[in-house]
Write a protein that binds this ligand. Structure first.
Ligand SMILES: Cc1cc2nc3c(=O)[nH]c(=O)nc-3n(C[C@H](O)[C@H](O)[C@H](O)COP(=O)(O)OP(=O)(O)OC[C@H]3O[C@@H](n4cnc5c(N)ncnc54)[C@H](O)[C@@H]3O)c2cc1C
Length: 492
C-alpha cells in the first residue's frame, strides 16, 4: 500500500496542476485580469492582442513633449472609482473645469445669446439629466423623460427665469441637451437610451474630470502592473502580451472537464488553455460572436449581445499657434454651438451634417493652444470617413460663422476612428430600450460559461460587463479583477 501512496505523491509532485489562462485583448480589463492572476502565482498566462499596441480604447499618443488621449481621457469620479483609489496618493491629477466655469454659448448667426439666461437653462438641463440618472421610477426612453420634464418646467413658467422664453431658445437648448447626451452616452438618438436602466448605473462620487495632465491615460497601466509607485513590485505583464494576434475562433467543450479551449488566430497559430478570458468590446461581440465561438454562445447571452447598446463617439484635437478663445479677463472652458434652424439646413446641404453631432469644443488640460471636440449622434460614420482637410475646413467654417470673424487655420489636427476600426467597432456600451424591453442586460453579457463540473472555461470581462459603472475604464478594471478572482477561487 505504501508503494501506491508513494507513487501518487510522486505523480502529484511532478505533474503541476494545469492552470493555463489565455486572455483575449490587452485593454484595461485584460491587463487588470493578467495583473491579478500573475500576482497570485498563475504564470501560465498569455494575452493575445489584435492590434500592434496594448491599451485598447485607452490610446495615448505622443504630442509635443507630452501625450494626448484619443480614447479614455478622464478618470470619472473619485470615491468608488478603483482607478482613482489606486493612484491618487501617487499621482497629482489635473482637471478640466467643466463644473466651475460656465460654457460660452454661441449662436450660428455670429451673435452671443444672453449668457445668463442660457446658463440658467443649461443648469436646468443638467439637473434633468441628473434626475434621470438617479431616479428609479422612469419608464420609456431618456429622450421622452427629458422632454416631458423640460417642457413641463418651461411651459409652466412658474420660475421668473423661464417666464416668456423665446421658443427658438427653448428648442435650441433642448437640441443642445440631446447632443450632449448623444456624446456622453455614445448614442445615435436619446430615444434609444433606457431611462430606467440609466438609473440603475452608479456614479463614482467627486470630480468627474480628473486628468492625467500631459502624461495621458496610459499611465494607469504602470499602476496596474505595479511599476508605479514602487518599481521593485513590478509584475511583468508586458512579456505575456503577444501583439498582432487576432483571435478568430474559440472552441470549447463543456462536457469534458479535462477539456482545454482551443484558440485560433487569423495568422493560423493556435493556443490551448484551461480558461479563456474574453475582453474585446461589445461591438466586436455583436459583429463576430457567431464565428468567434464554437459551439455558439447560450441563447440569452446572444440576445443580450444583440440588444444591449454599443455606440459610437468621436474626438477632434485642433492645435493653433495661439489661442483665440481666451479673452482678457474672461474665464473659458468650452464653446457650445447653438444652431438656428436655417443654419442647420445650410450645414446639411453643404455635406457638413456630422458637425451637428459636436457637443462642445473645450480646452485641453495643459495644452493651452489646443481645443478638443467631442461628438456623438447619428453621423459618426460620415465624420470618420471625412478627410483631415475636410474636417479642418468644416471646423474653421463653423468657428468663423459662430464667432463672426476670420481666424487662423490650426497647425495640427488629429481625429479618431473608433467605429471604423474592426477591433473596436464603436466607443462604449449603453443601456438600450431594446435590452430593457427584452429584459436582458449586463448580467447575461457577463455570465461565465462553465464546464459540467461548474468550473468556468470561458469568462467575459470588459467595460460593458460591469453593472455598477458600465462603459468606463474603472468598469474594465473591476471586471478584469472579477474574472481573475473567479479563476483563482477554483484552485484555493
Ligand atoms: C472616444 C472615447 C472616449 C472615452 N472616454 C472615457 C473617459 O474619459 N473615461 C473613461 O473612464 N472611459 C472612457 N472611455 C471608455 C473606455 O475607454 C473603455 O470603456 C475602456 O477602455 C474599455 O476597456 P476594455 O479593456 O474593456 O476594452 P478594450 O479597451 O476595447 O480592450 C479590448 C482589446 O481587445 C482587442 N481585440 C479586439 N478584438 C480582438 C480579437 N479578435 N483578437 C484579439 N484581440 C482583440 C482590442 O484591440 C483591444 O485592445 C472612452 C472611450 C472612447 C472610445
Amino acid at each position: 500500500m505504501w508503494r501506491v501512496t508513494l507513487i501518487f505523491a510522486f505523480i502529484s509532485l511532478t505533474m503541476a496542476v494545469d492552470k493555463s489562462v489565455i486572455i483575449i485583448g490587452s485593454g484595461i480589463s485584460g491587463y487588470s485580469a493578467a495583473s491579478k492572476l500573475l500576482e497570485n502565482g498563475f504564470n501560465d498566462v498569455i494575452i493575445l492582442e489584435a492590434e500592434d499596441r496594448i491599451g485598447g480604447r485607452i490610446n495615448t499618443i505622443p504630442y509635443d513633449d507630452g501625450f494626448i488621449d484619443l480614447g479614455a481621457q478622464w478618470v470619472h469620479g473619485q470615491q468608488g472609482n478603483i482607478i482613482y483609489e489606486m493612484t491618487h496618493e501617487h499621482f497629482d491629477f489635473g482637471t478640466t473645469p467643466f463644473d466651475d466655469i460656465p460654457f460660452t454659448f454661441l449662436l450660428s448667426n455670429g451673435t452671443k445669446p444672453n449668457q445668463e439666461l442660457i446658463n440658467a437653462i443649461s443648469k436646468l438641463c443638467f439637473e434633468i439629466d441628473h434626475k434621470i440618472y438617479t431616479g428609479d421610477t422612469f419608464t420609456g426612453s431618456f429622450g421622452d423623460m427629458f422632454i416631458g420634464i423640460y417642457d413641463g418646467i418651461v411651459a409652466n413658467g412658474s420660475s421668473p427665469v423661464f417666464k416668456d422664453l423665446d421658443p427658438v431658445i427653448v428648442k435650441m437648448m433642448k437640441e443642445t441637451s440631446e447632443r450632449n447626451i448623444n456624446g456622453y452616452a455614445a448614442i445615435k438618438s436619446w430615444f434609444d437610451l433606457s431611462a430606467k436602466l440609466c438609473a440603475r448605473e452608479e456614479l463614482a462620487q467627486g470630480s468627474q474630470h480628473n486628468t492625467w495632465r500631459r502624461k495621458g491615460f496610459k499611465t494607469v497601466f504602470d499602476f496596474i502592473s505595479k511599476k508605479l509607485p514602487d518599481p521593485s513590485q513590478h509584475i511583468d505583464i508586458e512579456s505575456k502580451v503577444q501583439l498582432n494576434k487576432k483571435v478568430t475562433n474559440i472552441k470549447y467543450n463543456i462536457n469534458d472537464v479535462n477539456n482545454k479551449a482551443v484558440i485560433t488566430c487569423a495568422d493560423g497559430s493556435a493556443y490551448e488553455a484551461k480558461h479563456v478570458i474574453f475582453t474585446p468590446s461589445l461591438g466586436v461581440l455583436k459583429k463576430y460572436h457567431e464565428s468567434l465561438f464554437t459551439p455558439a454562445l447560450p441563447e440569452q447571452k446572444v440576445l443580450a449581445i444583440k440588444l444591449y447598446g454599443f455606440g459610437a463617439a468621436g474626438k477632434i484635437f485642433l492645435e493653433f499657434d495661439e489661442s483665440f478663445w481666451i479673452e482678457e479677463g474672461e474665464p473659458f472652458v468650452a464653446y457650445q454651438f447653438l444652431w438656428l434652424d436655417a443654419d442647420k439646413e445650410e450645414v446639411k446641404a453643404a455635406n457638413r451634417e456630422w458637425m451637428l453631432g459636436i457637443s462642445a469644443f473645450y480646452m485641453v488640460d495643459e495644452f493651452p493652444n489646443m481645443l478638443e471636440a467631442y461628438l456623438g449622434g447619428p453621423n459618426i460614420e460620415e465624420f470618420e470617413a471625412s478627410s483631415d482637410e475636410k474636417i479642418i475646413n468644416d471646423c474653421m467654417w463653423a468657428f468663423e460663422k459662430f464667432l463672426g470673424k476670420t481666424l487662423p487655420r490650426p497647425k495640427a489636427m488629429i481625429k479618431t476612428n473608433w467605429l471604423t476600426n474592426e477591433n473596436f467597432l464603436g466607443a462604449y456600451s449603453y443601456p438600450s430600450m431594446d435590452a430593457e424591453k427584452a429584459g436582458v442586460g449586463i448580467q447575461e453579457l457577463a455570465e461565465s460559461i462553465n464546464n459540467n463540473d461548474g468550473k468556468p472555461i470561458l469568462l467575459f470581462a470588459g467595460s460593458a460587463m460591469d453593472e455598477k459603472y458600465p462603459g468606463n475604464t474603472h468598469a474594465g478594471v473591476r471586471t478584469g479583477f472579477r474574472a481573475a478572482d473567479e479563476i483563482i477561487s477554483i484552485y484555493q
